[in-house]
Design a protein around this ligand. Structure first.
Ligand code: GDP
Ligand code: GDP
Length: 436
């Protein structure tokens, strides 16, 4: 299921964080009276009428030492690049300001749908204040009150209306969706170009919808792929890139839209904390993951270098022990051919279904080799297991008592299942339920 993104934009102090909190339903962002204070949370999920979506508070993204107009310009541009629907917030108590007009002009130039909310309309009598906002040229203004929680339903109805067709489009897409994530300068853009430039890759020229303009379809070995966010990767401004918050936000968004995620590392510089954080996002989202060490050309090597680097990755990214590792150079276009089969393999694992009968044979064998744990004289009893979903493969084990399923035993079962069914490249989830 595709999860669209709504970006909240507007000048400081109009109530972006307050509305953001209302939309996500929890008080995650920190609301301050001081205009332009840095906020903790800028990416969260919300839902409305059975539609799940992500919300970005662009007010939380800042470049230090840039003039005010540059900041709001950047925020509007990020919203245009990263969101499916833009929610522009204005302040009904102050009327239309120069800065509102400035933001509106940037938004008008994009093709992204905009929903215009006039905030701080705390009571019915104030509704007349909204009419002057027609001057922004962004369609009908909707009165809302962030502090009283009024009017948001109409705004979200409007947003959902805009992303319905997108959801349908993505659901109808049967290609394998691949994204590249990683901190700035690891070589993501270079890799995208190298992949699309490979001899056997056939780039599709299907007439573009809005999404195709961002993504690129290609065929390899008769398999249909979509490289997510190619356009953005190619032309995005490096200024924004440099802020860590933005690169995390962008990674999140790419992950959300893909089946297989290539976590790109810089072989020349090694692994830093930010790499782990970004890789962690792919893992948490339950996507198939491949670790790609780029710039391998720039590394001085002997016959042990690759093994040593691999060991280091395994130590630093223990949570990604299922992810295959490959070493490439986008610059020399060397070893790129290793990528294609891995993407296919990881995707197959991610969508693999195993039969209940085979699964239960594996479970019985595993238990006989290594008996289930006991606690205070009670032994864990596994009655039956079944796969309940794919992408990632998720299993439910029916047991006598879920508290007896210790982490280490679940880990053991996971390893046994991985040995029996190749799940290279994908996380698998094992849940236990009490059988009544
Ligand atoms: P941001 O800078 O755009 O994110 O704005 P904030 O969400 O931090 O809100 C700025 C100020 O406006 C805070 O003092 C809020 O309490 C106040 N505020 C937000 N929404 C409303 C509203 O609907 N009515 C009124 N009266 N005040 C609001
Ligand atoms: P991105 O920010 O992750 O998209 O990284 P870019 O693709 O823009 O690359 C950042 C820099 O690394 C550029 O100067 C590239 O020329 C360089 N670069 C990319 N791939 C390689 C590689 O395989 N080897 C070497 N030596 N440099 C590379």
């Amino acid at each position: 299921m595709y999860k669209p993104t709504i970006a909240v934009v507007g000048r400081p102090n109009v109530g972006k964080s307050t509305l953001f909190n209302r939309i996500i339903g929890e008080r995650k962002a920190i609301v301050e009276d001081t205009p332009g204070v840095t906020r903790d949370r800028l990416y969260a999920s919300g839902d409305w009428l059975n539609h799940e979506f992500n919300v970005i508070d662009t007010g939380g993204i800042e470049i230090k030492d840039e003039p005010f107009q540059e900041q709001i310009k950047m925020q509007a541009e990020i919203a245009i690049l990263e969101a499916d629907v833009i929610l522009m917030i204005t302040n009904g108590r102050e009327g239309v300001t120069e800065d509102d007009l400035f933001v509106a002009r940037i938004l008008q130039k994009s093709k992204k749908p905009v929903v215009l909310a006039v905030n701080k309309i705390d009571n019915f009598e104030m509704r007349n204040e909204i009419y002057e906002f027609y001057n922004l040229g962004l369609g009908d203004p909707f009165p809302v009150s962030g502090s009283h929680g009024l009017g948001l339903g109409d705004v979200l109805d409007q947003a959902v209306e805009h992303f319905k067709s997108l959801e349908e489009e993505v659901e109808a897409d049967d290609s394998i969706r691949v994204s590249l994530i990683g901190r700035p300068n690891v070589g993501k853009s270079s890799l995208v170009n190298a992949i699309l430039g490979e001899e056997r890759v056939i780039v599709s020229d299907i007439a573009g919808t809005t999404r195709d303009a961002i993504d690129t379809e290609y065929f390899y070995d008769d398999e249909h792929y979509t490289l997510v966010d190619t356009a953005g990767m190619r032309k995005r401004g490096k200024v924004y890139e440099a802020t860590e918050k933005y690169s995390v936000l962008r990674a999140n968004r790419a992950i959300e839209r893909s089946d297989v995620v290539l976590v790109v590392l810089n072989g020349e510089e090694g692994i830093i904390e930010q790499d782990k954080r970004i890789a962690g996002l792919a893992h948490e989202a339950g996507r198939a993951v491949i670790i790609v060490v780029n710039k391998w050309d720039a590394v001085e090597k002997d016959d042990k270098t690759m093994k040593k680097f691999e060991d280091k990755i395994r130590r630093e990214f223990q949570f990604l022990d299922y992810a295959p590792i490959t070493f490439v150079s986008a610059l020399n276009k060397s070893r790129l051919a290793t990528l294609f089969p891995l993407i296919k393999l990881a995707n197959d694992s991610h969508k693999k279904r195993v039969q209940s009968s085979t699964l239960n044979e594996v479970l019985v064998d595993s238990v006989s080799m290594n008996p289930t744990p006991t606690d205070k004289g009670r032994r864990l009893n596994i009655f039956y297991g079944t796969q309940v979903s794919v992408a990632p493969p998720t299993f439910v084990l029916f047991v006598n008592d879920v508290d007896l399923m210790h982490f280490s035993y679940r880990r053991y079962l996971e390893n046994q299942m991985r040995k029996a069914f190749d799940f290279t490249g994908t996380p698998i989830h094992i849940l236990s339920r009490k059988r009544n």
